[in-house]
Design a protein around this ligand. Structure first.
Ligand code: TXA
Ligand code: MG
Length: 328
């Protein structure tokens, strides 16, 4: 399969043409409220193969299926447990992905051979309109080269994937900036495999025994079927360092490393930093993290200092991404 494609840039007023291309087997990136996704018809095995190829994604890492409304769910899921109904009522459309039993009609490459399918309804109206117009569920992994920070602007998507995919819908920067919460409903208690904007406390209001996979005993965690967790993720070229509150006011030293800073406070001494990305609050920090990583890479920054935030709400997901980025 050749990768030297001409990438078409669609405006958000041109969704009908992008949807038509998707129906014909094209792979097209589009905005969601979390990050940009690389879309393809979930029932077209050739298009799905090209998604894996374009991203350089390992074939054992399954894809999330996106639907525009609940009537599409039976096309991808074989059955919907009672607890899923309540979560769906509460959190869809939105940044919550549910693992459900896979429909036998869905190609096995979507789920990397697993018997479950990960599915969500995005809240971004552009994403939903696109799926509705394409009239088919769309697989959409984050629109970035595998291992790189997820794309949160169409320009970031273009940097990674121009010439490798058929199209990009040029919407706004994504609102949340971190990928959806992934919740495994196939085990009791239900498990959060990836923290996101819908945090454990909100989930527990519907399903009181939800646990975070990291908090399971080792023998239980070993049985968690989340192939994505073992792959490298979210990493800029620069080294990433997490600065805890006690480290923030410490002089970072004088060696000549080109440094970047991202956080809610200003660094101890901004003159140590070639680039500083100060955020008003944790939401803005989450929304800007991946783009800041990319900007700093483009500036040749070698070390990125990330201020640690409290592990609550979106802060839980933010610290998860920062810690993964910092572990080379
Ligand atoms: O916010 C999001 O979820 C974005 C936007 C585009 O919707 N998509 C996204 O997709 O982050 P991706 O492919 O980058 O991440 C999907 C995660 C991976 O960690 C993958 O392993 C996991 O979901 N996953 C998908 N299907 C699964 C399954 N059947 N069982 C366990 N984990 C699964
Ligand atoms: Mg991804």
């Amino acid at each position: 399969m050749a990768l030297n494609r001409t990438t078409q840039y669609f405006s958000v007023d041109d969704l009908a043409r992008a949807a038509e291309a998707l129906r014909c087997g094209a792979i097209v990136a589009f905005p969601t409220e979390t990050v940009y996704g690389l879309g393809a018809d979930a029932f077209n095995p050739e298009a799905i193969a090209r998604v894996f190829e374009a991203k350089g994604r390992p074939h054992d890492n399954p894809l999330i299926v996106h639907i525009s409304d609940i009537t599409m769910l039976p096309r991808v899921a074989a059955e919907i447990p009672a607890v899923a109904h309540e979560l769906i009522d509460q959190f869809w459309p939105g940044p919550l992905t549910l693992l459900l039993p896979k429909s036998k009609d869905l190609p096995t490459s979507v789920t990397a051979g697993l018997s479950t399918v990960a599915v969500r309804i995005p809240s971004d109206p552009i994403a939903r309109d696109l799926i509705r117009l394409a009239d088919t569920p769309l697989v959409a992994p984050s629109a970035n080269l595998s291992g790189r920070p997820s794309g949160t602007t169409w320009q970031a998507v273009a940097d990674d994937l121009d010439g490798r995919i058929d199209g990009i819908i040029c919407g706004n920067a994504t609102q949340i900036g971190l990928e959806s919460t992934v919740l495994d409903l196939m085990h009791h208690p239900a498990r959060i495999l990836r923290p996101g904007a819908v945090d454990v406390h909100r989930l527990r209001r519907i399903s009181p025994d939800v646990v975070e996979a990291e908090h399971l005993a080792d023998h239980e965690a070993a049985a968690v079927p989340s192939p994505g967790m073992k792959h490298r993720h979210y990493q800029p070229n620069a080294r990433v360092r997490v600065l805890r509150p006690r480290d923030i006011h410490r002089d970072p030293g004088t060696e000549s490393t080109l440094r970047g800073w991202i956080g809610i406070h200003l660094p101890f001494d901004s003159s140590h930093y070639a680039m500083v990305v100060p955020c008003q609050n944790v939401d803005e920090y989450a929304a800007r993290l991946f783009d800041a990583f990319r900007m700093m890479d483009n500036r040749g920054i070698e070390l990125i200092d990330c201020e640690a935030v409290p592990v609550a709400g979106i802060g839980r997901a933010l610290m998860d991404r920062i810690e993964r980025a910092s572990s080379k």
